[in-house]
Ligand binder design. Structure first.
Ligand SMILES: [Zn+2]
Length: 81
């Protein structure tokens, strides 16, 4: 992806608008979750993709209390009992 930058202002409630060009480029739609974190002194917004809390796998996920676990990790827990 090409380098890109734009200045946007934070409003009185701390919100910013993700420019339409970026929303389109990342297929971001209203209601999509975004992960926000700090990397050194940079604030990073990242499209949130649900993954296993143990190994990061994004396939065959089972949700329990808002956390996701993949089938392989569930099977490894069962086998190690
Ligand atoms: Zn896993």
């Amino acid at each position: 992806m090409k380098k890109w930058n734009e200045i946007c202002k934070v409003d009185s409630l701390g919100r910013i608008v993700v420019p339409k060009r970026l929303r389109n480029a990342f297929d971001l739609n209203a209601g999509d979750p975004l992960e926000i974190y700090i990397d050194n002194e940079t604030i990073v917004l990242k499209k949130y993709i649900q993954s296993c809390i143990f190994c990061g796998n994004q396939n065959d996920l089972t949700e329990k209390n808002g956390k996701y676990i993949c089938k392989d990790c569930i099977n490894s827990f069962v086998e190690n009992k």
